[in-house]
Design a protein around this ligand. Structure first.
Ligand code: FAD
Length: 458
């Protein structure tokens, strides 16, 4: 297994266009650069903003970050430092404390932190340390592919707000353009709108001084071992709160929501809306709400049935990250799987050897990833269904049933080593069955889910 930074890889001559600078797009850009490809990144936002709140990376992603020189040492001080997750019922009854030492020892550290801050570290690494060509204010409005190459049309907005359009050509296009992906339309041949999952998340991130100074909630900051992380479980609702030593406080509350997401899926809401779904809950939860500044983010969870494919008919355009496979937050894997996609694409394009073979690499990427991602998505459904069951007495009688599953096949996975090891066998099947039918080559890469480790309890 590689854990050292790659020595400068020889140039492959493969021109990669990446659409989007989320964690998926940036990982693909960094990993493609690292593997010797020539990368251009296009992002519709004209300026970078520190958007979002808490985001989690499992050990399967943090082991990738540690290969990027200087990145882990910048992320670590920004990260949440809890050594356990406490799980309680909504009335405050302690069910279990799930400790992290054992899994950290086994798989390495993981990182939870503010999305904007962690994203800033990664963007600076791509742009400043590696010199990757990242073009902000470039909105992709059309995707193209031929047997010889791929291209996008971009609408460019300059700092004065004037618009221009331009075509940018490459050997492949990696569409990391999020849940509302335009690239997906080309890959599927029709528009595929994301579906409401039936759930939404109220989210808050704020300065924790008031929490630290209130006698009911000060314990979040008094813990000498690090930060506090607590999950309260109630009928079809769960509420997770975390302190960060830097002084920030974050909470998320997942609840039923049947709103139409067609127009908007990321709204603001008053704290009073969260109170309605948390009536009668633990006084600590009520006090957190009292101390939360207005407004909340009301994040509608979009979901979709698995796409039949993530790659275009001529295998020159690949979807990755949320564009290919949005995750429920209860999987705690959405961003990590986007990072794994980027790593796999970098390796597959290197292994294919030259621009003439990139279609094989794009098909292999889908085959190396598809079954694993589907299985990881299901873990989010399982945890949500477990945590959202209504019978509090049954939960109290069997607290162990609420334990968050931490699975070796998810967290112990090394996407780079896996792609290096399995690329040739996957391509051998593709050469036999053709690039149009990926079924058999996907089956070759079904994860071994018996590899599950339960970590100790308190
Ligand atoms: C602004 C923002 C805030 C978020 N905040 C959180 C959070 O607080 N917590 C959390 O768990 N998850 C958050 N997420 C989602 C999370 O980052 C993703 O689920 C995960 O990291 C997968 O990333 P991704 O790169 O596949 O997609 P995304 O992170 O959605 O990135 C997609 C990128 O593509 C760009 N893009 C889209 N269309 C085009 C186009 N036509 N042309 C050019 N660029 C385009 C978008 O501007 C965006 O930068 C947020 C996402 C975004 C975009």
């Amino acid at each position: 297994m590689t854990t050292d930074p790659l020595p400068t890889a020889p140039k492959t001559g493969i021109r990669v266009i990446v659409v989007g600078t989320g964690f998926g797009g940036l990982s693909a850009a960094i990993e493609c650069h690292r593997q010797g490809h020539t990368v251009t990144v296009l992002e519709k936002f004209p300026v970078r903003k520190e958007l979002g709140d808490i985001i989690s990376f499992g050990q399967n992603a943090s082991r990738i970050f540690r290969r990027w020189p200087g990145v882990a040492s910048k992320i670590e001080p920004l990260s949440h430092r809890a050594n356990s997750l406490q799980i309680k019922t909504c009335d405050g009854h302690h069910l279990l404390t799930q400790r992290w030492e054992e899994e950290n020892k086994k798989w390495g550290k993981r990182y939870d932190g503010h999305r904007g801050e962690l994203h800033g570290v990664m963007l600076a690494h791509a742009e400043q340390d590696l010199g990757i060509d990242i073009r902000l204010g470039h909105r992709v409005v059309q995707y193209y592919e031929t047997a010889e190459g791929a291209a996008v049309d971009v609408e460019i907005t300059n700092e004065a707000g004037q618009k221009d359009t331009k075509r940018i050509e490459g050997d492949v296009v990696l569409a990391a353009d999020g849940v509302r992906s335009l690239g997906r339309t080309l890959v599927l041949g029709h528009e595929d709108k994301p579906l409401a999952s039936g759930y939404a998340v109220y989210r808050a991130w704020f300065d924790g001084s008031a929490i630290a100074n209130d006698p009911l909630t000060s314990f979040f900051y008094d813990n000498p071992d690090g930060d506090q992380h607590i999950c309260w479980i109630g009928p079809d609702v769960h509420f997770i709160a975390a302190s960060l030593k830097k002084g920030s406080f974050s909470w998320v509350c997942t609840h039923k929501d049947v709103a139409d997401i067609d127009e908007s899926w990321q709204l603001e809401a008053p704290v009073a809306d969260a109170r309605k779904v948390l009536v009668g809950w633990d006084p600590v939860v009520q006090r957190i709400l009292d101390l939360t500044p207005e407004p909340l983010i009301d994040w509608k969870l979009v979901y979709r049935d698995p796409l039949p494919t993530w790659t275009s008919p001529l295998r020159r355009i690949a979807l990755l990250g949320d564009a290919a496979h949005p995750f429920l937050p209860t999987s705690i894997q959405g961003a990590s799987q986007a990072v794994e996609d980027g790593v796999t694409l970098g390796v597959a394009l290197k292994k294919c050897g030259s621009p003439a073979n990139v279609q094989e690499a794009i098909a292999a990427f889908e085959c190396l990833r598809y079954e694993r991602v589907r299985a990881a998505q299901k873990t989010g459904e399982t945890t949500r269904d477990t945590w959202h069951q209504a019978d509090m007495e049954a939960i109290k009688a069997n607290p162990e049933s609420m334990r968050l599953r931490r699975e070796a096949w998810v967290l112990g996975h090394d996407a780079e080593a896996y792609a290096e090891e399995h690329y040739d066998a996957t391509v051998a099947v593709l050469r036999r069955t053709g690039l149009q039918d990926l079924t058999e080559a996907r089956k070759l890469n079904v994860p071994d889910m018996s590899d599950t480790v339960r970590v100790s309890n308190e």
